[in-house]
Structures are given as C-alpha cells and as structure tokens.
Design a protein around this ligand. Structure first.
Ligand code: ZN
Ligand code: ZN
Length: 172
C-alpha cells in the first residue's frame, strides 16, 4: 500500500505497528482546527481532526464524497442542514454526498476521526458559511498562525507574507 509523505501511515513503512493518542499528533491551537492525515488515496481519505474549545469548522459541501465521523473525545455540534446534531464521545455520524456540514466544539477540546469516501475534490467543494479569520498569534508549532476564513482551519504564516491553510490550502 503506497503511503503519502506526511501522512501518519508513512511511519508504518518503518515501524510496522504504530499507536498514539490523537492529541499527541494534532498539536491543538486556538487559531484554527487542525487535521492530520492518516492515509489517503483517490478513493479514501482518513484523518484526525482536532479542535480547541468553541472552535468552528465552517460549513461546506462535498458533492462527490460521503463521510463517516467518529467522535474520539470531547463534545460539540455537527451542523448538518438545519438540524444541529449534538456530538459526544464514541458517536458515529454518517453523511451522504452533497449534504452541507460543519462542526463546532463545545467548552473543551474535541477530536474526531474522519473517513471520507472517496477523497473529496478540492475544486468541487463549496463553502457555504461566511467565516472569519483571527489575528495572528505566535504558534506553539513555530512561526505565527491564524484561522482560515474559508474553512476554519489552522493556517501557518508562509514566507512571512501569506498564511496557508493546512486543511483547504487557501492562501490569504
Ligand atoms: Zn497555531
Ligand atoms: Zn481553510
């Protein structure tokens, strides 16, 4: 099975077996939610998604991909169409293609396992919720960071001028 550079699964090429707690690899940051890919191909995208308290992932739509989300830790809300679904530990949520969706964490950190089938196409994704950015802060991960106004993702300062979203690749 081919592994992409930077995915957690890359370590399997060396270690064979690997375990971790999501918070050890997610490096939660108050600026924006963080996503760490586990493994991906044209037909699938598995990732961990981590939120600090009251942190949004702005609603969007993948016309080409369905998703299963497992709440690993914490609580919050899934914003699916007009009916928010409360999220709590070990809940599993399935979402069909073309259903708008977003998330917001509750009063504490929240971690999710996301299984997307097939891997969503970035150009086909529509962004349905006007989000907002945050002021840049010094990041535990180095440099400065702020929130992506399009998806809510953690965005690092890049070459001291633009910020690049780790989740949706928006530069701003
Ligand atoms: Zn940060
Ligand atoms: Zn983004």
């Amino acid at each position: 099975m081919p592994h992409s550079v930077g995915d957690l699964a890359e370590v399997l090429d060396n270690l064979g077996v690997f375990s971790m707690h999501p918070e050890q690899v997610l490096a939660l940051c108050p600026s924006g939610f963080r996503r760490v890919p586990i493994t991906q191909g044209d037909e699938f995208y598995l990732s961990l998604q981590g939120f600090t308290a009251n942190q949004p992932a702005y609603a969007h739509t993948h016309p080409d991909s369905e998703e299963w989300v497992v709440v690993l830790e914490g609580a919050g809300k899934a914003l699916l169409a007009d009916n928010p679904v409360p999220l709590e530990g070990s809940l599993v949520i399935g979402r069909a293609t073309a259903h708008p969706h977003g998330f917001v964490s509750g009063d504490g950190p929240m971690t999710l396992l996301s299984i997307q089938l097939p891997r969503p196409s970035e150009p086909a994704t529509t962004w349905d919720q006007p989000g907002e950015t945050t002021d840049p802060i010094d990041c535990h991960s180095g440099g400065t960071c702020r929130r992506c106004y399009r998806c809510g993702g953690h965005s690092h300062n890049h070459r001291a001028r633009v910020f690049v979203c780790e989740n949706c690749t928006l530069e701003f």
